[in-house]
Design a binder for this molecule. Structure first.
Ligand code: COA
Length: 261
């Protein structure tokens, strides 16, 4: 597919998806949301790709949903916009690839929600992140109320959402909203370095671990632990597990076969 607002670059098993609508700080209108969903679908099917890095062009990651587009929406359209954004973030969260948000600047509203749907978040030291919707008289609609509470706890999530005030990278790191903060100019390289580390682990085990963590969040502890035991058993049925454990015993690096990705 040809994208107007996105660029996809592939380097081996890593894809970098860049959101490129800089004249409005990468604000997301219907068209951009549609392109993002198509790109997530496309990359989900790409067997060569194991890790996806998402970033933005210019001084924003994504400055939120497009406020000018939202200002024209009636209640029915707004509900559809929320459902569409929720479908996009759910697809992103549950895809069988590892996703890393490389947050290069402003990540507000839908931008914060998009980043939270990624598995990992690396922030530039220039990043500002927040959920400013209440300042506009609306509320987060792409499951931000839910993911933020789960990521940083209900009390901090309420503070960020009720005040609408953004926080900087250091504060985001302190409260666990991002995994690490790096100098702005090395953001992409650091994200790729992290991707390369992840590419060293067992590829099937990686998918199993992601699935168990994600499914477990919505379940009670006993049920979630039982998912883990099932997946642990599945892992032992793979050649990958034999190779991984054999390589340790033989004091060498494992050779993951291509079929196992
Ligand atoms: N939707 C639509 N347009 C947006 C936008 C958004 N979410 N965020 C920024 N833009 C547009 C601005 O309207 C401006 O367009 P213009 O040049 O035609 O006036 C352009 O992007 C540049 O933004 P500007 O506000 O001039 O940049 P800034 O550096 O002074 O401020 C922000 C940056 C991010 C602080 C500010 O743009 C902002 O508060 N944006 C809205 C954030 C928000 O509330 N997001 C949640 C939406 S639910």
């Amino acid at each position: 597919m040809v994208y107007n607002y996105l660029q996809i670059e592939k380097e081996g098993r890593v894809a970098v998806l860049t959101i490129n609508r800089p004249d409005v700080l990468n604000a997301m209108d219907w068209k951009l949301v549609g392109e993002l969903e198509a790109a997530v679908d496309e990359l989900s099917q790409d067997k060569e790709i194991q890790v996806i890095i998402i970033t933005g062009t210019g001084k924003a990651f994504v400055a939120g949903a497009d406020i000018k587009a939202m200002a024209e929406m009636d209640s029915i359209e707004a509900r559809e916009f929320a459902r569409t954004g929720q479908r996009l973030t759910a697809k992103l969260e549950n895809m069988e690839k590892v996703t890393i948000a490389a947050i290069n600047g402003y990540a507000f509203g839908g931008g914060c929600e998009l980043a939270m749907a990624c598995d990992l978040r690396i922030a530039s030291d220039k990043m500002k992140i927040g959920q400013p919707e209440l300042k506009l008289g609306i509320i987060p609609g792409w499951a931000g109320t839910q993911r933020l509470s789960r990521l940083i706890g209900v009390a901090k999530a309420k503070e960020l959402i009720f005040t609408g005030e953004p926080i900087d990278a250091e504060e985001a790191l302190r409260i666990g909203l991002v995994n690490r903060v790096v100098p702005h100019d090395s953001l992409l390289e650091e994200a790729k370095k992290l991707a390369r580390k992840i590419l060293e682990v067992g590829p099937i085990a990686l998918k199993l671990a992601k699935t168990v963590i994600n499914r477990g969040i919505d379940a009670n502890f006993t049920t979630a632990s039982s998912y883990e035991a099932e997946a642990f058993g599945v892992a032992f049925a793979t050649e990958e597990a034999r190779e991984g454990m054999r390589a340790f015993i033989e004091k060498r690096k494992p050779n993951w076969t291509k079929e196992e990705r």
